[in-house]
Design a protein around this ligand. Structure first.
Ligand SMILES: [Zn+2]
Ligand SMILES: [Zn+2]
Length: 492
């Protein structure tokens, strides 16, 4: 036993030596000669991929550092950190296919750009809860890109669709997604189905000012048009390509803006086209399914072939993810769409490290925030409130929502499409309790269920007063507020 161990040490790496130490005891490592032989071998074989420096880490490149715009290097405080003009901010709003948990909503990635644009990629179950927690006003949530039409990627769309118009997004919702093998497989068909499903809701809300909020502009692109452009506006170009994922239509996206780039592959098998079209991207995000079906069989009671076959039809095992990272060489490689099981994280990381030694981070659990500039890449977690109100649109967002301008300082509410009487039997309303029985007399208010026609708010005095107060109070927003005041003053 001792002889075998001594002979073996001559070709041992440190990792092997530590393993042996565990088995045979520390005595096996006791000779100075053996230790120095090991040291020489380590020098020859071990390499920091970034040619790093002491205390710099092994997988952390010099550009892994905060961008100049962060309020805190450690925590993203929702709604408190303006994005830099040359910055891209990527937030993993939801990060799991199933199960959704207290710490993981369904897959959804929000990409915000220094030019003021904001995009969403997929819109899974529970993502609305996290969008609200991230202080993003629901009225401003628009331009949602769907990688494919598995429900874990669009479950919260009906919820947004039904409620955002009530909050003042009186303009159409814009969604983008692939066609499919037949017209029934494309996103247009899914949207028609959603309109049918939500008919009772939307019809009832049409007794309120909704405008065109229940219209949907569907950008259904040809899923076969690999590397085709599906969005090109304000210097932002978004391309798509086919992915191998259970059936035709599944697509990856690449967003390019101002020399920065982001790829979300959506779900799918590791594929050669993604290696080519994502090559050298700043932030490359793919999905991962740890290939540990034997363990899952023990835990869930499902036979291993269920998990294995699901991976083989549809998903990227952790080894494949590392292989893709190595070929693509992004500045930051990430995985999301993964059940963040603490027990499996070391195993997933180990599988990825079989092939890839560069910068790698998880886009999970909720909510990981990534800031990207040409010089820096940085990840943090967002501080999320347990509960909270919905954020108000900023003055600038409100101007866009209501088309305010120096020549138009009135918010004209759209007229409701019908009255309550059109959709509800009078006999039911007649059974309502007389409000005088529950309102104290000094606060009595006569209920008016029908919204008034041609209702208008002149924002001039309201905004001017509030803007001046805000300007005095919040120096960080002074420039934004001044822009509003300028608009109003100019119209006087
Ligand atoms: Zn999925
Ligand atoms: Zn899927």
């Amino acid at each position: 036993m001792a002889d075998e161990t001594d002979a073996g040490q001559r070709r041992m790496t440190r990792r092997d030596a530590l393993k042996t130490a565990g088995l045979a005891g520390a005595a096996a490592l006791s000779t100075t000669a053996a230790a120095s032989a090991q040291a020489r071998e380590e020098t020859a074989t071990v390499k920091n991929p970034y040619g790093g420096v002491p205390s710099g880490g092994i997988t952390l490149p010099p550009y892994y550092r905060p961008t100049p715009y962060l309020v805190s290097n450690n925590i993203y405080y929702p709604g408190q950190e303006p994005i830099g003009p040359d910055e891209m901010r990527i937030s993993f709003i939801g990060s799991t296919p199933i199960p959704v948990t207290k710490t993981q909503a369904g897959t959804c990635i929000m990409v915000e750009l220094g030019n003021g644009n904001r995009f969403f990629f997929d819109f899974g179950s529970g993502c609305m809860r996290n969008i609200i927690a991230m202080a993003v006003p629901l009225q401003t949530v628009n331009d949602i890109f769907f990688t494919h039409l598995h429900v874990d990627h669009y479950a919260d769309l009906p919820y947004l669709y039904a409620f955002a118009p009530w909050m003042g997004r009186w303009k159409p919702l814009r969604v983008h997604g692939p066609s499919g093998r037949s017209p029934k497989d494309g996103i247009k068909h899914m949207i028609e189905g959603m309109k049918m499903m939500t008919y009772w809701h939307t019809d009832s809300f049409n007794a309120l000012p909704i405008g065109d909020g229940y219209e949907i502009e569907v950008n259904e692109f040809d899923f076969r048009d690999d590397n085709g452009i599906c969005y090109d506006k304000d210097g932002v170009v978004i391309r798509h390509w086919r992915r191998a994922h259970t059936k035709d239509g599944a697509s990856a996206y690449r967003l390019d803006w101002n020399g920065l780039s982001f790829v979300w592959t959506g779900d799918g098998r590791p594929d050669e086209l993604s290696l080519e079209l994502a090559k050298g991207v700043d932030v490359f995000v793919t999905e991962v399914q740890p290939d540990v079906a034997n363990l899952q069989a023990l835990k869930f009671g499902m036979p291993p072939i269920m998990a294995q076959n699901t991976i083989d039809q549809a998903h990227s095992p952790h080894y494949a993810v590392g292989y893709m990272f190595d070929k693509i060489q992004p500045r930051l490689a990430m995985v999301t769409h993964v059940s963040y099981d603490e027990e499996l994280i070391p195993e997933i990381t180990a599988g990825i490290r079989v092939h890839y030694s560069g910068l790698f981070q998880f886009g999970a659990p909720d909510i990981v925030v990534v800031n990207v500039t040409k010089d820096a890449v940085w990840t943090r977690k967002a501080a999320l409130p347990e509960a909270g109100n919905m954020a108000r649109p900023s003055p600038r967002e409100a101007i866009g929502l209501f088309d305010l301008s120096p020549t138009n300082l009135e918010v004209k509410f759209p007229n409701p499409r019908h009255t309550v009487a059109n959709v509800q039997e009078q006999a039911v309303r007649d059974r309502e309790i007389d409000p005088k029985k529950y309102y104290p007399p000094d606060v009595y208010r006569e209920p008016q269920p029908n919204f008034p026609q041609d209702f208008t708010i002149d924002v001039r005095e309201i905004v001017l007063k509030k803007a001046k107060m805000a300007q005095a109070k919040l120096s960080t927003k002074a420039a934004e507020v001044q822009a509003i005041i300028d608009v109003i003053e100019a119209a006087k």
